[in-house]
Design a binder for this molecule. Structure first.
Ligand SMILES: C[S@@+](CC[C@H](N)C(=O)[O-])C[C@H]1O[C@@H](n2cnc3c(N)ncnc32)[C@H](O)[C@@H]1O
Length: 214
């Protein structure tokens, strides 16, 4: 079993680690489409949409193809370059920006929905608090966060969150409308390397719909 650090070497920052993964090509999470729960919940997602930590834009492009106004942000330039190329190839209009999700609190943009497919669980402690405050800042009152995150059913080194942690983190100013353990999909190239948290077997990811209170 490898954790994030072991497959990116020993990065001095999360940004450096993710930049290296994209430079190596074919990241473990790259499945060429949104994670399945976003497709199932698609009718509940309204625009404008922010895809936070959008990677190469698989979720952004899916919702843009459904006619929604979408902005995708990622702090890795190569991810955004690939996302823009996919949008051009599919003649879809999405605003893809190189932007650090830790700066959401300083942004003037406002969204009806935020998608987080695999970003939230990367951070802990103060960084997680800052990120959540930023999400509350960019979401319109009554807007929804659609969250796909590692759960504590995964090996501990993956840093997944427990149900109680989620309720504690979103206790003030938020309403968890639904929370379920779901299957995630993984880049097939990593099926062996990540066999103990692969999608087979019990669901080990959270999918939550969380409303920012008015
Ligand atoms: C696990 S990947 C998921 C990518 C994409 N959402 C998907 O589902 O395919 C997490 C993404 O978050 C990005 N990321 C991590 N920390 C970030 C930050 N502080 N600001 C913006 N992007 C960040 C990484 O570069 C990476 O593309």
């Amino acid at each position: 079993m490898q954790n994030k650090e072991s497959f990116v070497g020993n990065p001095t920052s999360a940004q450096e680690g993710f930049t290296k993964i994209y430079a190596d090509g074919n990241p473990p999470w790259e499945i060429g489409k949104p994670q399945p729960p976003f497709i199932e919940a698609a009718d509940k997602v309204t625009g404008p949409v922010l895809d936070s930590g959008c990677g190469t834009g698989n979720s952004s492009l899916f919702f843009a193809a459904r006619g929604l106004k979408v902005t995708g942000i990622d702090f890795v330039e190569e991810a955004i370059r690939l996302a823009r190329a996919k949008a051009a190839e599919r003649s879809l209009s999405v605003e893809f920006l190189v932007k650090d999700a830790m700066t959401l609190g300083d942004w003037d943009e406002r969204f009806a929905s935020v998608i987080d497919s695999g970003l939230f669980h990367i951070y802990s402690g103060d960084e997680r608090q800052r990120y959540i405050q930023g999400l509350a800042h960019v979401l319109k009152p009554g807007g929804r966060l659609f969250l796909f995150s590692f759960s504590d059913k995964l090996p501990p080194e993956m840093g997944g969150v427990s149900k109680q942690e989620l309720y504690d983190i979103f206790a003030k100013g938020w309403d968890i409308e639904s929370l379920q353990l779901v299957q995630g999909e993984l880049n097939p190239a990593f099926a062996e390397e990540f066999s103990d948290w692969s999608p087979n077997g019990d669901p080990k990811m959270w999918f939550a719909i969380i409303r920012r209170k008015e």
